[in-house]
Ligand binder design. Sequence first.
Ligand SMILES: [Zn+2]
Length: 331
Amino acid sequence: MIDLVKQLVACDGPSGHERVVRDMVRQMAAPYADELRVDRLGNLIVRKGKKAANGLRVMLSAHLDEIGLIATHVDEHGFVRVSNLGVVHAPYCLGQRIRFLNGVQGVVGHEIEGFTGEKITLDKLFVDVGAASPEDCPVQVGDAAVFQGSFQEVDGRWTGKALDDRVCVALLLETLRQLKDSPHEVYFVFTVLEEVGRKGARAAAYGIDPDVGIALDATATGDTPKGRKMAVALGNGPAIKVKDAGIIAYPGLVQAMEAAAAQLNLPVQREILMRGATDASMIQTARAGVPSGGISIPMRYVHSPVEMVDAQDVHQAMTLLLHILENSIQL
Ligand SMILES: [Zn+2]
């Protein structure tokens, strides 16, 4: 799976610009799909299997998009000013290399040098692309950019940009490949526009009309120095979502996931995420309502140029998901 993740994070796909990533995923998914289509918003929807008597229509989602920056204007000296695509923390941007989708690279600077305790905010940042005037600048208003954090493996931990949510895109691709006997009609949905309000999942869920929804996404951890008060830790197993800022997971689904983990003797953690939400919240409220929840990958430094996950958590999440899909689901 590591090679798959490496390939996926090497693609740039900020919200609204998921085509390159989607094309790659589409190609990888095609040999294992019973049906494959891209909907009007750009979600890639891959079906495998048909609903048996004891089966459900299951919607799984992992988002294709990553957070990024978007050029708002170019000043008289050729410096590019930016706004956020998704939740971008300004201090994480400072001193970073970023790459615009047209290939132009830039370095992120700040109006005040020396940092005398001044709060770092996006409106004080600028991107230096080597231009001296607006005419000279190869970046246009509206051009999108992403962090350049390259992928590295450090002692069983994967680090790099866009692991949120490409690690789950890889997990879904691998699950699609390995899934054999399932009573369910499984829709693997690779969504767009998650980081800007989970809009892709809303549209996809309406179209699919699933019986149950499971979002695969990253969650934060509480295991770093003076970190947030949170029970999730890196390396302690996949997290089963109980609640985040967008959803209270369907209790029957949480129970079904925990029962599956117990059968497999797999370590899992319960996730309560105070800030942030996933596609699950949009699937839940589609049409007349869909029992929904999530399996989350514990991730440190979420939404930074160097996110970090534990490889074992990812593999165990896939084992858990496969087991859930290969058995009947009691909600
Ligand atoms: Zn995410």
